[in-house]
Design a protein around this ligand. Structure first.
Ligand SMILES: Cc1cc2nc3c(=O)[nH]c(=O)nc-3n(C[C@H](O)[C@H](O)[C@H](O)COP(=O)(O)OP(=O)(O)OC[C@H]3O[C@@H](n4cnc5c(N)ncnc54)[C@H](O)[C@@H]3O)c2cc1C
Length: 400
């Protein structure tokens, strides 16, 4: 009977875990270990592009890639992890329940938009968290042209002025204009709790956010929070009212609730604390990668962000290290000292920084070119060719 490595999730963390596990098995000429990946779709969905148009195209199929490296794919959704029996309960697309046994598990089920109990949020707000939600937003934007012109129709409110809110908001003038035409009085309003524009992005980036917002005509309402959402707009905590048919919620992300099935320590976003080899603290057989992992990137106190650049590298290390654990060879400790930020700012351009203190390196067109390259090439999976795919999964390849 073959030993079983089970990976949950086909995002950046999961795909690179599976490829990297296959790579180390290949290097040791081992065919007595099976890698299985469980996810609702054999697709790498490109979440960082969900604020763009044509969002239904933002995925890469994975069947041929998995076939090329011998990863067995199971279409289903994990519902339960039992660390004592080393099994995962799941449900397939027809609703049937099944159980998978593992010798080593990599949990890479990603994150989800946090949805607090703001009245009306669940019914009336849009978001760009998952592809289905982003498609729903896109269809809604297209349908606005069929409504009579009004302030509410012509106004998009973005709740949250962090990374996702800024990228979504700065894309909206062009998207709304392409639907409604150039002659309409369009308003894009970003609402944020912080006292400054782009407060969470740091001083290196803020001037670019301010300049881009002015250029694009984006209004910021700072020191404010959304108290309620309805079909015609938002009410702020101080009673102010903004009429809008399009409210996009972008505030906060939480690790997948599967993390709560494990007896371990979690951070404020629900991420599992892991050791330097990405094994979940308190667990013997379970590793974590991507947005579910709270992993130190260096010895200076920095931790992986919920980001692709970290998920890819975490995946390559976790996959390598579950195999190393099974084979009894040395693991590769996770280290990712370089951190970069590339923030899209709509037709104004983009801004690119390096370091955790976000030192400005590129602005406007050169940064936009880099962002386009990252989003259309770098974060896509490798070709479905065994040699190419395994070589690309080397944990020592720097991501940024
Ligand atoms: C709008 C937006 C913009 C972003 N922009 C950037 C950016 O510019 N740069 C950047 O680095 N990051 C960006 N991010 C963050 C980035 O997308 C995530 O950090 C990254 O996708 C995390 O990878 P992951 O593999 O952990 O999770 P995901 O990519 O979310 O993948 C999770 C996988 O797990 C599967 N899954 C979920 N639940 C289950 C279950 N119960 N059973 C089985 N499978 C399951 C999902 O189907 C999916 O295949 C952005 C995110 C959003 C939403």
């Amino acid at each position: 009977m073959k030993q079983q490595i089970l990976v949950i999730g086909a995002g950046f963390g999961g795909v690179w875990s599976a490829l990297s596990a296959a790579r180390l098995l290949d290097m040791h000429n081992r065919n007595d270990v099976e890698i299985t990946l469980l996810a609702p779709q054999a697709e790498l969905r490109i979440r960082p592009r969900f604020y763009e148009t044509d969002v239904h195209k933002m995925f890469a199929p994975l069947d041929a890639l998995f076939d090329s490296v011998g990863v067995h794919f199971i279409k289903g959704t994990a519902e339960r992890i039992d660390e004592l029996t080393k099994t995962v309960g799941y449900r397939d697309e027809d609703g049937r329940q099944g159980t998978l046994a593992y010798d080593r598990l990599v949990l890479a089920a990603g994150s989800q938009l946090a949805r607090p109990t703001v009245p009306g949020l669940a019914v009336h707000a849009f978001d760009v968290d998952q592809i289905e939600a982003a498609v729903r937003l896109e269809n809604h934007l297209k349908s606005l042209k069929n409504r009579p012109a009004s302030d509410a129709r012509n106004t998009v409110v973005v709740a949250g002025g962090g990374f996702t809110g800024i990228e979504t908001g700065t894309e909206m003038p062009a998207r709304l204009q392409s639907v409604l035409g150039d002659d309409q009085n369009i308003r894009i309003i970003i609402i944020d709790r912080a006292p400054q524009i782009g407060a969470t992005m740091g001083d290196g980036i803020r001037p670019s956010i301010i300049e881009a917002s002015e250029h694009l005509g984006i209004e910021w309402v700072v020191n404010a929070s959304v108290a309620a959402i309805d079909a015609n707009g938002v009410t702020l905590a101080d009673g102010r009212r903004i009429q809008s048919h399009t409210v996009i919620w972008t505030v906060g992300f939480r690790a997948n609730p599967l993390t709560e099935h494990l007896n371990s320590v979690r951070d404020g976003q629900g991420r599992l604390h892991v050791d330097v080899n990405l094994k979940v603290l308190g667990q013997e057989h379970i590793y974590a990668a991507g947005d579910v992992a709270y992993a130190a990137t260096d010895d200076l106190g920095n931790f992986a962000a919920m980001s692709c650049q970290h998920a890819i590298s975490l995946g390559r290390h976790a996959g390598n290290n579950v195999v190393a654990d099974l084979l009894g060879v040395a693991p590769i400790p996770y280290r990712q000292p370089k951190y970069v930020t590339c923030l899209d700012l709509g037709v104004w351009g983009a801004v690119y920084t390096e370091g955790w203190d976000r030192q400005l390196k590129l602005v406007k067109e050169p940064a936009k070119e880099l962002k386009t390259q990252i989003n259309t090439q770098w974060i896509y999976p490798p070709a479905a060719d065994r040699t190419t795919a395994l070589a690309a999964a080397d944990p020592m390849i720097p991501v940024a």
